[in-house]
Design a protein around this ligand. Sequence first.
Ligand code: ADP
Length: 402
Amino acid sequence: METIGSEMMPQKEIQRVGVIGGGQLAWMMAGAAKSLGIELVIQTPHPTDPAVAIASDSIFAPIHDATATAQLASRCDVITFENEFINLDALMPLAQQGVCFRPRLEALAPLLDKYDQRSYLEDIGLPQPNFMTLEGEIGNEEFIHAASFRQPLNLSNLEFPLVLKARRHGYDGQGTFIIKDSTSLQEIWKKLGYAPVLLEEFIPFERELAVIAARSVTGEVVVYPVVETQQEEQVCRRVLVPAEISSAIVAEIEAIARTLLNSLQAVGVFGLELFLTADGKVLVNEVSPRTHNSGHFTLDACKTSQFEQQLRAVTGLPLGSPALKCDAAVMVNLLGYEYSQNDYLEKRQKLASLPQTFVHWYGKTESRPGRKLGHVTVLLDSKEKAEGLTISKKVESLWYTP
Ligand code: ADP
């Protein structure tokens, strides 16, 4: 057994897994938890959150509430995350007292803040957009700290467009702004209260790609098929599996994922989002230290889902095969398009009647525009492989038509 860079195996079998976060990512662990004989204990603020219904036990408290996490620790053998909006400093004493977090807190530390994440990726030599942080107030000459940004360090000399990102708590493009000129840079930063932000090069990508990778307690790494993600207004609409890219690019992305997980000595599942440029360059957009929307297809299309893989990794089991069970697949997010309490049963039934189609409905009680309410995965055979986009458009037309 490989032991370098690996954790000691736990003394006793892990039966109860604590999960910080109670959204759909925790909810989708239910099937795998059942088949592996694992009980899930959830920390989430809202009793109506999806995972509460499938958990053996829940603690209703904010994600960043470390006192609640101490309680969670007393009710489970290991704690993992479906949500990274945690207070790392407050959790550190728990880890020092012996609470087992997987991934461990040191592996999360460089990733939670988008600027820290970029700095870490730079340190380990992974390709990414040029970046810097903006701190202080406009007018103060010392407010820009450049990292690998090859631009002059002066606001008036910046080359636009640029991308401004809130350093923490961004999701689904909330907190990400494409900036066209210095006036809008000043306006948007002002709106954000001059909080420190990440400023990075705008990449005129040809396509966006993503990959899920997992690392076990013994240091074994598996990488899922690379997929293409398509965003509209910065929110993922559909995922095409596998991405139509050369085997050289697949190998490059797999190597990026391995380098990252091994450098972090992370245990668990990670999602990587990437840009592919017209001249074939791969750049890392973002790393999520948890299961990811771009990996939802794995529930129906892979031998081991990303959710089972996370439970396997954090409980010290050997990892499962990430291979596809079919030739190809598409995953379509069912996003809210109105404010309502509708459960859209009729639409869901219509979608479920399509061939080789699996509808996952997260059971949220309220719909609002852009909210992720569920997703649909369609499995494709070799003849349908090229029709992924057409099939996803058909699913979307059934969903978004009133
Ligand atoms: P979030 O963390 O909220 O998901 P992301 O940083 O992933 O935000 O950005 C959301 C989307 O914005 C990306 O999927 C991409 O379409 C676009 N985007 C983000 N960064 C850049 C960039 N540097 N250049 C071009 N587009 C970008």
